[in-house]
Write a protein that binds this ligand. Structure first.
Ligand SMILES: *[C@@H]1O[C@H](CO)[C@@H](O)[C@H](O)[C@H]1NC(C)=O
Ligand SMILES: *[C@@H]1O[C@H](CO)[C@@H](O)[C@H](O)[C@H]1NC(C)=O
Ligand SMILES: *[C@@H]1O[C@H](CO)[C@@H](O)[C@H](O)[C@H]1NC(C)=O
Ligand SMILES: *[C@@H]1O[C@H](CO)[C@@H](O)[C@H](O)[C@H]1NC(C)=O
Ligand SMILES: *[C@@H]1O[C@H](CO)[C@@H](O)[C@H](O)[C@H]1NC(C)=O
Ligand SMILES: *[C@@H]1O[C@H](CO)[C@@H](O)[C@H](O)[C@H]1NC(C)=O
Length: 266
């Protein structure tokens, strides 16, 4: 009985360890973005202008202007009590195959949600973001007339970089465009793609085609109307997200640990 208990505890420990393995554990990263310009606080900062001066955000700026979300963001930036944090994808980020495919046929209201998904409702310094450990954070993008918010996960792990996790992409924060309360603008190297617009991604190409493991079905990218709420927030959606986060390796290790545990219990 006692031995059995210890074995189970070890198995559980292995399982937890496997689950804790980060999704993208690779080479250590260069240290995060360098210092923002220490200019004296201006009475008002022009978001669009900062992005234009940044030089590498032309596609994002075009979307901001086309959707008129620039006015919303500027209004938030003008509010010194709360402010805004913007994750600006670089021009390169919009050129990935994934982004060009998914962004091909968006409706006007989906474009608005997409752009709004790239900002948080308040000012966050780099240091605050570095305190994020899988923090699920509300973005400006909403549904049900603001009754619900599209969420982003922000994490700062062993990699030494802030990563912004959406269901389709893990974006690295690559530089600081501007950071002085109430405005934070950070460059990211992937477009953030909410499942609320695009559904869930299909699972990555499986290494073992007929392993018999349960495969999450993508909820498809049927365009939900922006008034009707997120398409994938049901139980099925959470399941898919939970599987998507850990790397395939850690899922595999977890399954092995689980099998081991079950064999002990049985
Ligand atoms: C983010 O950074 C990590 C660590 O350097 C790297 O392994 C990963 O490929 C990067 N992701 C992107 C999308 O650039
Ligand atoms: C902000 O900058 C943009 C681009 O330079 C300009 O078109 C716009 O008029 C400016 N907005 C305000 C409120 O100054
Ligand atoms: C933000 O403040 C500037 C300067 O006071 C003003 O010109 C601009 O219209 C304001 N924009 C919004 C959206 O409130
Ligand atoms: C976008 O629309 C075009 C024309 O209707 C179609 O050929 C294409 O497959 C669509 N792309 C996506 C990703 O839905
Ligand atoms: C993330 O969550 C932790 C723990 O709740 C909190 O201390 C930290 O301030 C949060 N970071 C951000 C950026 O919200
Ligand atoms: C986001 O964070 C929440 C809570 O920490 C977690 O349950 C969820 O699986 C995460 N989703 C992604 C896509 O990382």
């Amino acid at each position: 009985m006692e031995v059995q208990g210890i074995r189970s505890a070890i198995a559980l420990g292995l399982l937890l360890l496997a689950l804790a393995t980060p999704a993208v554990a690779q080479a250590p990263a260069p240290s995060p973005a360098p210092t923002p310009a220490p200019a004296p606080a201006p009475s008002f900062v022009n978001i669009t202008q900062l992005l234009v001066y940044g030089g590498d955000y032309g596609t994002f700026v075009s979307l901001l202007i086309e959707t008129k979300v620039d006015v919303i963001f500027q209004g938030m930036a003008n509010n010194t009590d709360t402010g805004i944090t913007i994750f600006a994808p670089t021009n390169e980020a919009f050129k990935t195959k994934l982004a060009t495919t998914l962004l091909a046929n968006l409706t006007a209201s989906q474009k608005i949600s997409l752009v709004e998904y790239h900002a948080l409702n308040n000012y966050k310094s780099l240091q605050e973001l570095q305190n994020s450990n899988q923090n699920q954070t509300a973005t400006v993008a909403s549904y049900n007339n603001g009754g619900g918010r599209y969420l982003l996960n922000i994490t700062f792990g062993q990699l030494g970089i802030v990563q912004i996790i959406s269901d389709w992409t893990v974006a690295n924060m690559t530089s600081m465009v501007y950071s002085q309360a109430p405005v934070s603008i950070m460059a990211v190297n992937q477009v953030l793609l909410p499942e609320d617009i695009f559904g869930y991604p299909a699972p990555a190409p499986a290494p073992a085609p007929s392993s018999g493991a349960p495969v999450p079905t993508p909820s498809g990218s049927s365009p939900p109307s922006s008034a009707s709420g997120p398409s994938g927030s049901g139980a099925n959606g959470s399941f898919a997200a939970a599987l998507f986060v850990p790397s395939l390796t850690s899922i595999f290790i977890s399954l092995v640990s689980l099998a081991f545990m079950i064999s002990l219990l049985g």
